[in-house]
Design a protein around this ligand. Structure first.
Ligand SMILES: C[S@@+](CC[C@H](N)C(=O)[O-])C[C@H]1O[C@@H](n2cnc3c(N)ncnc32)[C@H](O)[C@@H]1O
Length: 237
């Protein structure tokens, strides 16, 4: 039996069930309305490298139809829109507060650029505002770590519905720490899920494969001990 500190904060076995989401989707919008003011500081300190890598892997081509689900304050969306000025860029999120920050960020960008094409709306990953097989690239950062395991299949089915055949999916999640110190965040979550904005470590690769996504890469990144996974996958042709 392999010992680990990852499951319950005490040494326990590796095959214990992973921790499930404890902040309901009904509450998430309000939780992130409150976090919106400080989110960019957290994002810069702990998530910027994984987010940057996600943008690299996305390899945006101008003219594409791109959807970012859970766009937050627009940290990745700004980079996407810059690279896709003549395509379609849509961002949705549950939190009006996060979207307000994203709007301000994109308005600034639009002032410096004549032609940018984007929209930002309140919306849910469970019911995407996009037609079937209409999206070239779907980006989704740090959202599955907020979703209950029982609900992940519905979201992945929705992602698959809107992506074109051969379409690209780029995902970033808080993941399970691979070093003992990086499990600090799991401890904080255990004591107070809302302090972590409701995020706990997840691993999505197996679920993606169950949904017939072809996973090209799954990378582990750690920044300020915060563990992230960055995944590039494709919908089958
Ligand atoms: C940890 S933040 C990440 C924001 C952004 N993706 C980033 O990387 O900076 C999580 C975001 O997911 C949003 N969210 C959570 N569940 C969602 C859902 N079902 N549909 C859309 N957005 C959701 C929250 O409102 C919040 O803005």
């Amino acid at each position: 039996m392999k010992l680990s500190f990852s499951c319950c904060g005490m040494s326990c076995c590796d095959d214990a069930p992973p921790r499930d989401a404890r902040v309901s989707q009904a509450e998430i919008g309000l939780v992130y309305d409150k976090l919106a003011k400080i989110y960019d500081i957290w994002g810069a300190l702990t998530e910027s490298r994984a987010r940057h890598r996600a943008i690299e892997l996305a390899a945006v081509e101008d003219g594409q139809s791109i959807l970012e689900v859970a766009v937050g304050t627009g940290l990745a969306f700004e980079e996407i829109v810059k690279r896709n000025p003549h395509g379609r860029n849509a961002g949705i999120d549950l939190s009006k507060g996060m979207l307000e920050k994203a709007r301000k960020r994109l308005q600034k960008l639009a002032k410096a650029n004549d032609s940018l094409n984007y929209s930002l709306h309140v919306g849910s990953a469970f019911d995407l505002p996009a037609q079937t097989e209409s999206v070239d690239l779907l980006v989704n950062n740090y959202m599955f770590d907020l979703i209950r395991y029982a609900d992940m299949d519905r979201v992945l089915a929705e992602f698959k519905r809107v992506l074109k055949k051969g379409g690209k999916l780029v995902l970033v999640n808080m993941t399970q720490g691979e070093t003992l110190p990086s499990q600090l965040y799991d401890w904080i979550y255990r004591l107070s899920p809302k302090t972590m904005g409701g995020c706990r470590g997840v691993k999505l690769e197996a679920k993606l494969k169950q949904h017939q996504f072809s996973v090209q890469t799954r990378e582990y990144h750690q920044q300020m001990l915060f563990p992230s996974e960055v995944i590039l996958a494709y919908k089958p042709v």
